[in-house]
Design a binder for this molecule. Structure first.
Ligand code: ZN
Length: 149
């Protein structure tokens, strides 16, 4: 089990140090801003949608290792997916990190399962889900910045 944890740690640290899809997307169709005051995480998500598919997705902001790695892995996962698939990933991811057993959270999440252990640390759940709530707001074109508090 600890070997698995080490592997997860490695993936999270890798994405924290070298975040993928990081930066502002100039011609984004929608974007949203989110913050987690408890930890100081701040993120903006930019999305370009074409024909119901997430064609481009980037993020910028600053935060802890968990929130940054979560944002990086989220953009990798969602790029090329349909809007419905993006929403489904959000639901599954949320269920996994909150330990909601009603939904089979880990199913089909691929790399995102590195965050499965987060459900043991309630304060960290907000770090991991912040970017997903922000993505959800961007796709719904909500103007108000979202906050986990
Ligand atoms: Zn955080």
């Amino acid at each position: 089990m600890s070997e698995t944890n080490d592997l997860y740690q490695e993936v999270i640290l890798d994405h924290y140090k070298r975040p993928r899809n990081h930066g502002r997307l100039g011609d984004a169709d929608c974007h949203a801003e989110g913050q987690n005051p408890l930890c100081g995480d701040h993120v903006t998500v930019y999305v370009k949608v074409k024909g119901g598919i997430v064609e481009e997705i980037t993020f910028e902001g600053s935060g802890c290792a968990i929130s940054t790695a979560s944002a990086s892995l989220m953009t990798e996962t969602i790029k090329g997916k349909t809007l419905d698939e993006a929403k489904a990933f959000f639901r599954k991811f949320h269920a996994m990190v909150t330990g909601d057993e009603e939904v089979d959270g880990g199913d089909g999440l691929g790399k995102l399962t590195v965050f499965a252990g987060v459900c043991q640390y309630p304060a960290r759940v907000k770090c991991a889900t912040l970017v997903w709530h922000t993505l959800d707001a961007a796709l719904d074109n909500r103007r108000e910045p979202i906050s986990t508090e």
